[in-house]
Design a protein around this ligand. Sequence first.
Ligand code: PMP
Length: 391
Amino acid sequence: MEAATYGAQPVYLDYNATAPMRREALAATRDALYTVGNASSIHHHGRDAASRVDRARRQLADLLGCSPGELIFTSGATEANNLALQASYAQHGLIITSAVEHPAVLETARALAGSTSDALITLPVDSKGQIDPEALRATVQLHGAALVSIMMANNETGVISDLTPVIEAAHAVGALVHTDATQYVGRLPLDLGDLDVDLLSLSAHKFGGPQGVGALFIRRGTPLPQHPLVFGGGHERGWRAGTLNVPGIVGLGAAAEAARREISDEAPRIIKLRDLLESEILARLPHSHVNGALAPRLPGVASITFPGAPADALLSSMPNVAASDGSACSAGAPTPSHVLLAMGLSREAADSTIRFSLGFATTEQEIRRAIDATVRAVTHVQAVMDATAGP
Ligand code: PMP
């Protein structure tokens, strides 16, 4: 439950952007950095590096309930999503996805479809942030073989998708199912023995591993011809050329093992802290509301709208809390959150929303500090906005 470098003064509530490294992951990564050896070399040092990679693959497979041979290491979830979408699109020429996906899915799908209007179908979501399973079923039945890509949990709201009807509908017509599980893996238990997705993307830095490393799960027997994005050596069974990032992969494996061990204690503890944050803020700021509150959500995500208080002004009024306005991945972009707009929020409401994301090292004391700082900042910014609004 301890984080490696943590306890800097501002309260860190931006785990969905990136989590601190778990101690086990930091130790394993550092240890691997001190060793030499290319995992493809056949001498002693190469074999040592390869066996560290094998171990990490097993550790990740244990977290996911899959077999190690079903995992391809990548530079992160963006690359894993690209690999899944590009390979599937090359085969089927059609992607069916949702309006609230991460840009790593949406932008990839748009780039692949280009101006071909019938190559991409983006399903809307309701105010809870979920797609209508009947609409999905009808779309899939109409189009047949395609890639259906629906995220496991949303990065901005934490809303969890019900993938069971998606999988049933897609498989009934021979479509493949990909899920971007970047925010889910390591936060809630997952068993790919029970959940019959064909492809799944993940990223180490969301569950306490290093940045810049992730994986794509490809279920054994999935009818998907090999389709690398970069060509070169035959690494990762030909799916991903390039010398393996041994320290990163080793850190990912150690984080996966620690997450697996801790998950059943961590998840309820984090839910309690998230509920404390939300209930106190709603009680003290009665005009605020939580997005996605009516859907099942990840333990550690609170997306809260503060009407009349723009998020950028709020965040600069509470420098002791590191949270995010919408998705950190699109920070700096002037457009409002596509996720919140898709859920029916106005542009103004979307722009007045903060995402707090908690994780394994978050403490109750930190949450209490964050509550006080947020209430002060919202009260201050709303008063300034009212004063400058004019008659
Ligand atoms: N998908 C989701 C849902 C994410 O939250 C993120 C990271 N913000 C990504 C994909 C991209 O992951 P990475 O940083 O590993 O490229």
